[in-house]
Design a protein around this ligand. Structure first.
Ligand SMILES: Cc1cc2nc3c(=O)[nH]c(=O)nc-3n(C[C@H](O)[C@H](O)[C@H](O)COP(=O)(O)OP(=O)(O)OC[C@H]3O[C@@H](n4cnc5c(N)ncnc54)[C@H](O)[C@@H]3O)c2cc1C
Ligand code: SF4
Ligand code: SF4
Length: 349
């Protein structure tokens, strides 16, 4: 039997479309989910590039891209996603002091998961030789400590995860990532051509995130202010500070927030997730308590690891303050509204 002609041709779902709809319009947020899968996409100076076409009409590069997949089913939960328990805390270990971004909860939990052999390697983001962030696999406390602290630039770390998953290995992995990276992980776990992700990723720690910056833009902005990369530390203090704080070569500098916002990834404007809703544990700053983290346990695996860390005295934990959770909710609602307005604007040209 000859089938009648299909009423419409299905849209391609490969590199060509990724280029046309995400990369060329400047919407890529450098999560790295499309990297390490094939030779056609590369990460160069903090940006994804495709030096030659691949010719396929479908591919995981499109399927896994969190920017390409926006507009799918929205989160059914509240503004900060599913939460089993909300805490504020900090690590007690002295070796994290001066290295961790805030309370060091992410690094301590990761080090514990590795020490307990819950996972054998963790994919993190760490500074390369000239300060640009890059994905890295670590397998012990010293590697975790080397990646502590926040680099406010896209590092494409999921490319390193793709390389780990392509190896002939079966050991369990942990991943630390931004909300867009956690969304891409969700797509990987659900992808029919990528069954190993479901089997091998045993722990996902998500960070809170409002925006991120392309490394080239950061470097140029720092140069305009006479600051040399690499930075030893950077931070966005809470409103109304309106500054980006950077430390370099022992000196401290403040950059105006509007100049930093101006160089942020355009694709961040359409991002609706503030708190990494699909993670086992999500960690961010703790409002009003410098040097502490807010911690959202979302799954039983995440809550179990947190309990283990607290039981061993590795973390000091308190229930999250209702006022700080309410503030987080409001910030998450604001981010969703911003993303919805951005999508609406794009739909109407
Ligand atoms: C781009 C960016 C934006 C952020 N925005 C917010 C925000 O709006 N509000 C908020 O409360 N918190 C935000 N954070 C999270 C915050 O900076 C801390 O990462 C978090 O509170 C954990 O603190 P910690 O002391 O436990 O982390 P640490 O123990 O110091 O561990 C930090 C971890 O962050 C990872 N990391 C560092 N840089 C990157 C990167 N570029 N991409 C992916 N992972 C990275 C490292 O792998 C490391 O494991 C942001 C982080 C980043 C990187
Ligand atoms: S957002 Fe991530 S998956 Fe999409 S093009 Fe950029 S690096 Fe690739
Ligand atoms: S704002 Fe969203 S898209 Fe941008 S880096 Fe953060 S999580 Fe990724």
């Amino acid at each position: 039997m000859v089938l009648p002609a299909a009423p419409f041709a299905p849209q391609p779902t490969g590199l060509e479309r990724l280029l046309a709809e995400v990369i060329n319009p400047g919407l890529c947020v450098a999560c790295g989910a499309c990297l390490g899968l094939c030779p056609h996409l590369i990460f160069l100076d903090g940006q994804v590039a495709a030096p030659d076409p691949c010719g396929l009409t479908s591919g995981r590069c499109w399927d896994l891209c969190p920017v390409a997949q926006r507009g799918g089913p929205g989160a059914a939960q509240g503004p900060i996603g599913p939460v089993l328990g909300a805490w504020q805390g900090r690590a007690t270990a002295r070796d994290l002091e001066g290295r961790a971004q805030y309370g060091g909860v992410v690094s301590e939990l990761l080090a514990l998961a590795l020490e307990q052999a819950l996972v054998q390697e963790a994919v993190v983001t760490a500074a390369g030789p000239r300060g640009a962030p890059q994905g890295l696999r670590v397998s012990g406390r010293s590697g975790v400590l080397g990646a502590a602290g926040s680099i406010y630039a896209g590092g494409g770390a999921l490319g390193e995860l793709n390389r780990a998953l392509a190896e002939d290995a079966c050991h369990p992995l942990a991943v630390v990532g931004l909300p867009c990276q956690i969304q891409a992980l969700g797509a990987m776990r659900a992808h029919p051509d990528y069954p190993q992700t479901l089997e091998r990723i045993h722990l996902v720690i998500g960070l809170f995130c409002t925006m991120n910056l392309p490394w080239r833009g950061v470097r140029d902005l720092l140069a305009r202010h006479g600051v040399q990369a690499p930075l030893s530390r950077a931070d966005f203090p809470p409103p109304p500070a309106g500054i980006f704080q950077v430390w370099s070569g022992g000196a401290y500098h403040e950059l105006p927030l509007d100049q930093v916002r101006a160089i942020s990834y355009p694709g961040c404007a359409g991002c609706a997730d503030l708190t990494s809703e699909g993670a086992d544990l999500s960690v961010g700053a703790c409002e009003g308590k410098p040097g502490w983290n807010t911690i959202l346990a979302r799954t039983h695996a995440g809550a179990g690891l947190l309990e283990l860390a607290a039981g061993k005295g590795l973390l000091e934990l308190e229930p999250a303050q209702p006022a700080s959770l309410e503030h987080l909710n409001q910030a998450a609602i604001a981010k969703r509204k911003r993303a919805a307005a951005w999508s609406e604007e794009r739909r109407h040209g």
